[in-house]
Design a protein around this ligand. Structure first.
Ligand code: PBG
Length: 331
């Protein structure tokens, strides 16, 4: 029995494989592109100088003093990455997270240094209190409850201090009600109408933030974040909160985490057609790293596949600890 013979010729008019036959053709018909200029690299900035402290659960990611952060930011810029997102690690924490709005704290200092030292690189700042409070909660407590409006007042002070330092975008990640509108108004009142807001709009209460809480020392000392972060089962709610954030003045809305919530990303993008970010979070990074370290996955391949998948689902931009790795692969 002949396998390849005239008798096996199919009368096929549709041959999708034609468009997969060479890389030149595949490139021509590729629908989704990953480029370094849609990537944002998160960095953890601590006090001191010459500090480059590895984070155990996030191989390749470090707690950096400002001088080191400037160097990493310059390396990111060199690779064509759009921007960096800064998190602060203060040495002293208190109940109201006083350090979050201190103009001499690590984030504010790093913003000034990066804007000066790495022109053209966008600087985004995370606005939340959990890295700054002694109890590790995202806001001010009354007993064990995070109280909304007093927390928003502290977030506004924090966002203003970032804008004063020169941040291009402030990114509130706290999930309090009303914070986007309050921050927008305060920025406008102080003349920072050019400072944008990237809102963590649909931020889910996720186990995938575990490694981040190691990195930022922001594990809540009791309880969890379920009274403000979103329930993983909800998508209609995500659409409602995104709408509120857009109406309140957000320039960019975000879905976070990314991969377990790709359906949310697609629905947000389809519904609003608004600039949309996805945060590929610490746990998503760590699980790929861990599998790669064991030789179970080809890291380069799965990184690209993951980031393309996030783009395909509707993300205009991706915040990822893999930004530099991916940009190097794309170069
Ligand atoms: C601060 C904040 C968190 C992350 C971003 N901003 C932690 C949390 O909400 O517990 C998570 C980022 C990551 O896991 O990479 N609230």
């Amino acid at each position: 029995m002949s396998v390849v013979g005239t008798e096996s010729r199919l009368a096929l008019s549709k041959r999708p494989r034609r468009l997969r036959s060479t890389e030149a053709i595949r490139a021509l018909v590729r629908e989704t592109h990953l480029t370094p200029d849609c990537l944002i690299y998160p960095m953890f900035v601590c006090e001191g100088s010459d500090v480059r402290r590895p984070i155990g659960s996030m191989p390749g990611i470090f707690q950096l003093s400002v001088d080191e952060a400037v160097q990493e930011a310059a390396a990111a810029k060199q690779l064509g990455i759009a921007g960096v997102l800064l998190f602060g690690l203060p040495e002293h924490k208190d109940a109201i997270g006083s350090k979050s709005s201190d103009p001499r704290a690590p984030v504010q200092t790093a913003v000034r240094a990066i804007k000066r030292g790495v022109p053209g690189l966008l600087v985004l700042t995370d606005v939340c209190l959990c890295e700054y409070t002694s109890h590790g909660h995202c806001g001010i407590l009354d007993g064990e409850h995070v109280v909304n409006d007093p927390t928003v007042a502290r977030l506004v002070e924090t966002a203003l201090s970032h804008a004063e330092a020169g941040a291009d975008f402030v990114a509130p990640s706290d999930m309090m009600d009303g914070r986007v509108g309050a921050i927008r108004q305060a920025l406008d009142d102080k003349g920072f109408d050019g400072t944008g807001i990237v809102s963590y709009s649909a931020k889910y209460c996720s186990g995938f933030y575990g490694p981040f809480r190691d990195a930022a020392g922001s594990m809540p000392q009791f309880g969890d974040r379920r009274t403000h972060q979103m329930d993983p089962g909800n998508v209609e709610e995500a659409l409602r909160v995104v709408q509120i954030d857009i109406e309140s003045g957000a320039d960019v809305v975000m879905v976070k985490p990314a991969v377990p919530y790709l359906d949310v990303l697609r629905r947000v993008k389809d519904r609003f057609g608004y600039p949309t970010a996805a945060y590929h979070v610490s746990g998503e990074y760590s699980m790929l790293k861990a599998a790669a370290e064991r030789g179970w996955l080809d890291e380069d391949r799965v990184v690209m596949e993951t980031l393309v998948g996030i783009r395909r689902a509707g993300a205009d931009m991706i915040i990822t600890y893999y930004a530099r790795h991916a940009a190097r692969l794309l170069a």
